[in-house]
Design a protein around this ligand. Structure first.
Ligand code: CUA
Length: 176
C-alpha cells in the first residue's frame, strides 16, 4: 500500500463527514416519520370518539339482521307523541322501507348496518349520520310537514350504492 495522495486524503475525510451527516439526517427523518405516525394514530382515535354519536350499546353486525329489534319493521310507540324505529342499513337497501310516521311526532331512529358503512341521510331534513356495523347510532327528528322523504345512502358502499334508496312517508296528523 502506497501513501495516500493529498486528494485521496481529502476524499476520505470528506466521506467521513458525509456519512456522519447522513446518519444524523436519517435519524431526524425517522423521528419525523414516527411523529407523523403517532399524530395520525392519535387523530384517528380522537376522530372516532367524536364522529359517531352512539347509544352506548352495540350489536354484532350479523345479529342485527337475524334477531333483535332491527328485525321488527315499523314504529314503536315510546310516549304520548313519541316513537322509535330501528333502521337497518344493508347492501343495498333500508329496512323498514317504506316507513310510515305521523306528522309532528318525535321520532327516534336507531341506526346500524349489518355489513359495511352506509350513510343515513333523509333528504329535506337534518338527519345525516353514518350507519356503522356493530354500533347503534341514534338521531331524533320531528317531521313538521306531511309528505314523502327519500332516504339516501351518502357513503360509497359498493356496486349498487347509487340505488340504495329508502322512503319515509309522513302521514298528516289527525284533526290538523
Ligand atoms: Cu349504502 Cu352507499
Amino acid at each position: 500500500m502506497s501513501e495516500p495522495t493529498p486528494s485521496q486524503a481529502f476524499e476520505d475525510a470528506f466521506h467521513g463527514v458525509a456519512e456522519r451527516h447522513e446518519r444524523i439526517w436519517m435519524f431526524i427523518s425517522l423521528m419525523l416519520l414516527s411523529l407523523l405516525l403517532a399524530g395520525a394514530a392519535f387523530f384517528v382515535v380522537d376522530a372516532y370518539g367524536v364522529v359517531v354519536k352512539t347509544t352506548g350499546y352495540q350489536t354484532h353486525p350479523q345479529d342485527a339482521a337475524r334477531a333483535g329489534p332491527f328485525t321488527q319493521s315499523g314504529l314503536e310507540r315510546t310516549g304520548p307523541n313519541a316513537y322509535s324505529v330501528h333502521m337497518l342499513a344493508h347492501l343495498w337497501a333500508w329496512t323498514p322501507s317504506p316507513l310510515h310516521v305521523p306528522q309532528g311526532a318525535e321520532i327516534t331512529f336507531y341506526v346500524t348496518s349489518s355489513d359495511v358503512l352506509h350513510g343515513f341521510e333523509v333528504q329535506g331534513t337534518t338527519i345525516n349520520m353514518t350507519a356503522v356495523p356493530g354500533t347503534i347510532g341514534a338521531v331524533t327528528y320531528t317531521f313538521q310537514h306531511a309528505g314523502t322523504y327519500n332516504i339516501i345512502c351518502n357513503e360509497f358502499c359498493g356496486l349498487e350504492h347509487q340505488n340504495m334508496l329508502g322512503r319515509i312517508i309522513v302521514d298528516p296528523a289527525h284533526g290538523a
